[in-house]
Design a protein around this ligand. Structure first.
Ligand SMILES: Nc1ncnc2c1ncn2[C@@H]1O[C@H](COP(=O)(O)OP(=O)(O)OP(=O)(O)O)[C@@H](O)[C@H]1O
Ligand SMILES: Nc1nc2c(ncn2[C@@H]2O[C@H](COP(=O)(O)O)[C@@H](O)[C@H]2O)c(=O)[nH]1
Length: 199
């Protein structure tokens, strides 16, 4: 585990890592950090996942996710078009379309995945050169407040997500780096540095 974002790790010892995998508990702010990183680097490649969950009112198909039916998701898996996939929070399936990520890496440019713990472990097995980054909350109480404050899940779904969050927080030591999302600007600075996007 490495809390120093400037230090080399086995995954980036030869230069900036090209594939970065971002994981963290629900509502820790992964999406917010990625949005800030994209604001700073509009050309950055961020994988668009496929999911069987329904879109939120703020989400657009093909932008935030590819929203697909369970049958279409089955088909993508059967055709080996998923780099990884998982059932997240015990409810819906989410997966990373393989083609766009492989094309991006083949071009030598960095790529970012924002996925769950199960998916990250799959990527670590298939692409051990990937840089694994965990986003942690300043405290458990702050995590709960962010989830409630977002207001996108009912209390039952929030409980499910918080149960998953405990498992994910227990796995933080598996990661190459841990970023604490105290402020979005500072956490984004760290991710930017880990991805070699500064200077
Ligand atoms: N550093 C921060 N300080 C305070 N609030 C924050 C911070 N980062 C994010 N938030 C807020 O926390 C809430 C959850 O953020 P976000 O949706 O980005 O989390 P997430 O990790 O992508 O969640 P999920 O995995 O459930 O999709 C949002 O309302 C966001 O505005
Ligand atoms: N294994 C994967 N997990 C993914 C992927 N895309 C998103 N996720 C994770 O799902 C949860 C819930 O997301 P939400 O949008 O419903 O709040 C979150 O932790 C994501 O990291 C994926 O392609 N594969």
């Amino acid at each position: 585990m490495n809390h120093d974002c400037a230090a080399a790790s086995p995954s980036n010892a030869g230069g900036p890592a090209r594939l970065t995998v971002l994981v963290g508990p629900t509502a820790v702010g992964k999406g917010t950090i990625v949005a800030e990183l994209r604001r700073r680097h509009p050309d950055l490649f961020v994988s668009i996942s496929a999911t069987t969950r329904a879109p939120r009112s703020t989400e657009t198909d093909g932008v935030h996710y590819h929203f697909v039916s369970p049958e279409a998701f089955d088909e993508l898996v059967a055709q080996d078009q998923m780099l990884e996939w998982a059932t997240v929070h015990g409810t819906h399936r989410y997966g990373t379309p393989r083609g766009p990520v492989e094309a991006q890496l083949a071009s030598g440019r960095p790529a970012l995945l924002e996925i769950d713990l199960d998916g990250a472990r799959q990527v670590r097995r298939s692409m051990p050169q990937a840089q694994m980054v965990f986003v942690a909350p300043p405290s458990w109480e702050e995590l709960v407040a962010r989830l409630e404050g977002r207001g996108t899940e009912d209390s039952r779904e929030r409980e499910r997500r918080l149960a998953t969050a405990r498992v994910e927080l227990d796995a933080a030591a598996e990661f190459d780096h841990i970023i604490t999302n105290d402020t979005v600007a500072r956490a984004t600075d760290e991710l930017e540095s880990l991805m070699g996007l500064t200077g």
